[in-house]
Design a protein around this ligand. Structure first.
Ligand code: M6R
Length: 604
């Protein structure tokens, strides 16, 4: 998703900061980038389609030592990824520049109006209406006043920064849904869509609230609410370790994030599991809500949706609460039946996924309590849900979600165990065993060296089936998404017992099938399904619980030392993640930033 960065100082080199800041935002996924500086009464601009390496040589045309500028990484929504569509965008005179995240829904009507007034547009973007409107409203004379006028004209969910070369001491920042954070320095301030962009410069920051318009100068941040009242947003200290946002010696962020899972599981369990009980207060959902739950509706997207499928199985089996799981982009338009007894549980790593946010907003309108399982502290979802629990996975940089997913699984497990205990189905044996997971995770990761070679074989394929039953099927769903998104191999997850109802016709000599078998109750059944595909020539990669008594007549076997199947999903996810990772590496793909994808999908 697009990234925004801005610099305003009494002195200093905005250009160097902006380029470094954009590099730190690369993980969000982008297809073009650009920088604008306010210099000598005009905006100096460099922008290009492609990665920052394409932009870098163009920066030689920009002046050094200029203390005001804005930068952007764009993920195309309106208009193809081209040089002209890249941000920043300027007005007709080239004195005002803007960068923008999100969508201006009424841009076509505004564009026609501005063209009729004589404005000239050079891009296909929705963004370009902003600098032209600012020009029309006198932005060169009074940037803040013009921004206030302009944002009254815009519909949509967005954030933008504006500068004018005629007022070289200020950035005006607007937040309407998409996140913006101000980094507080000495004689210099920064604005970004993500704290990571300015973390090497300052750890003091404040988060703009929805509707805020901020006038950011080198020494001050003046914030107005949507209604125009002055507002105070409390500064805080960012406690992320910058090292957490670096690769830590691994070839890719994804591999680093896979390998650090046992550590983040510890962070996730910390303070929440004590002996044989869960500290319910640490799950963020008060007793007054927990006791009223008759039904749970999970909403999420992508990997978070797959975590929700596991969560459903856990909560139904342990707590005997009925749970539905919906893809957020569908849920928001389904006219769902909700009531105060239905807890709407939203799961999201970023907390900025547009469809998930819209689902929560709808749930609130319909009177259902909302509860978010989120990784990103201070994210929109966390702030707009009635209750929140954080997964504590730390910053996840690779587009493919790994540690965020398994910490979601752990939080859902703790929640299921707590709800079970409160409904008279306590499983203190499972609660006690939760703390064994980090060590088991280390063991599993240490045992998976052979996956590198197993993946080499898979890397030559173009289609693969993932099969399992029950929770193993939910894990198969996640396994197939991983290999699709980073290895670009077509994959399909199937309930193993359903193959014979049609899909078995596709199995022929050499068809790759990844089978997951951790559920002891259904292991014999899944084995039968494996034999069915083997009999038709399939090549099978099987991930099985080493404690199962069966023999596994497969081509590639991974045995995992697993605890109770209800505690195993996070462990079983590890080989699935590594299989996808190494397959992508063998195929030479851009593992951390797969094509067409973004880390945080803040548009519909
Ligand atoms: O930030 P979220 O968890 O809400 O994101 C949801 C999906 O976009 C995300 O899980 C996506 O499917 C991952 N890239 C998959 O690895």
């Amino acid at each position: 998703m697009c990234g925004i960065v801005g610099f305003v100082g009494h002195q200093g080199d905005a250009l160097t900061f902006l380029f470094e800041g954009l590099k730190r935002l690369e993980y969000r996924g982008y297809d073009s980038a650009g920088i604008a500086l306010a210099t000598n009464g005009a905006v100096a601009l460099a922008k290009a389609q492609g990665k920052l390496a394409v932009l870098e040589p163009l920066l030689g045309t920009l002046p050094r030592g200029v203390p005001l500028g804005i930068g952007h990484t764009r993920w195309a929504t309106h208009g193809r990824p081209t040089d002209l569509n890249a941000h920043p965008h300027t007005d007709c005179r080239g004195t005002i520049a803007t960068v923008h995240n999100g969508i201006i829904e009424n841009y076509q009507e505004l564009r026609s109006e501005l063209i009729a007034q004589g404005h000239t547009f050079v891009s296909d973007t929705d963004t370009e209406v902003i600098p032209h409107l600012l020009e029309a409203y006198g932005g060169d004379e009074d940037l803040l006043g013009a921004v206030r006028e302009v944002e009254r004209r815009l519909s949509g969910a967005y954030a933008f920064l504006a500068i004018s070369a005629k007022q070289p001491d200020r950035i005006v920042a607007v937040r309407r849904s998409s996140p913006l954070i101000v980094g507080l320095g000495e004689g210099v301030n920064y604005v970004a869509s993500d704290v990571g962009a300015f973390l090497p410069k300052t750890r003091r920051a404040l988060v703009l609230e929805n509707g805020d318009v901020a006038l950011v100068t080198p020494d001050a941040v003046e914030i107005q609410t949507q209604e125009g009242a002055l507002a105070h947003r409390a500064p805080f200290t960012v406690d992320w370790d910058i090292k957490q946002a670096e690769r830590g010696g691994y070839a890719h962020f994804m591999l680093k994030e896979i390998m650090e899972q046992p550590d983040v599981w510890t962070d996730c369990l910390m303070g929440r599991v004590r002996g044989d009980h869960i500290e319910a207060g640490e799950l963020g959902l008060p007793w007054s809500q927990r006791k009223n739950i008759r039904r749970i509706q999970i909403v999420a997207a992508g990997t978070a949706y797959h975590a929700g499928l596991v969560g459903k199985a856990l909560m139904e089996r342990l707590a005997r609460i009925p749970v539905d799981v919906a893809v957020a982009s569908e849920f928001r338009y389904q006219n769902p039946v909700l009531d105060p007894g239905t807890l709407v549980l939203a799961i999201s790593q970023s907390g900025e996924t547009a469809d998930t946010l819209a689902s929560v907003s709808l749930a609130r309108q319909l009177g259902a309590p909302t509860y978010a399982v989120v990784n990103t502290v201070g994210s929109t979802l966390a702030r707009e849900s009635d209750y929140v629990v954080y997964t504590h996975a730390g910053p996840e940089i690779a587009v493919a979600s790994t540690k965020a997913y398994t910490t979601q699984l752990l939080v859902l497990t703790m929640l299921a165990l707590q709800l079970a205990a409160e409904r008279g189905h306590a499983r203190s044996d499972l609660v006690r065993a939760l703390w064994s997971l980090p060590a088991l995770g280390e063991q599993v990761l240490a045992s998976l060296g052979k996956i590198v070679e197993m993946a080499r074989r898979l890397a030559t394929e173009s289609d693969v089936f993932y099969v399992g039953r029950g929770i193993d099927y939910a894990l198969a769903m996640e396994g197939q998404l991983k290999i699709k998104e980073i290895a670009y191999i077509h994959a399909e997850a199937y309930p193993a017992g359903e193959l014979k109802h049609g899909t078995l016709a596709l199995i022929e000599e050499g068809t790759p099938v990844v089978a997951i078998v951790t559920d002891r109750v259904m292991a014999e059944k899944t084995l039968s399904n494996i034999l069915e595909v083997k009999a038709r020539g399939a090549e099978v990669w099987a991930i099985v619980d080493a404690g199962l008594p069966q023999e596994w007549p497969v081509d590639h076997l991974i045995r995992l030392d697993l605890p109770d199947p209800l505690l195993s999903p996070a462990l079983t996810a590890l080989p699935l993640q590594l299989l996808a990772y190494w397959t992508a590496v063998h195929r030479g793909q851009d593992v951390d930033q797969p094509r067409n994808l973004a880390k945080s999908v803040t548009v519909e």
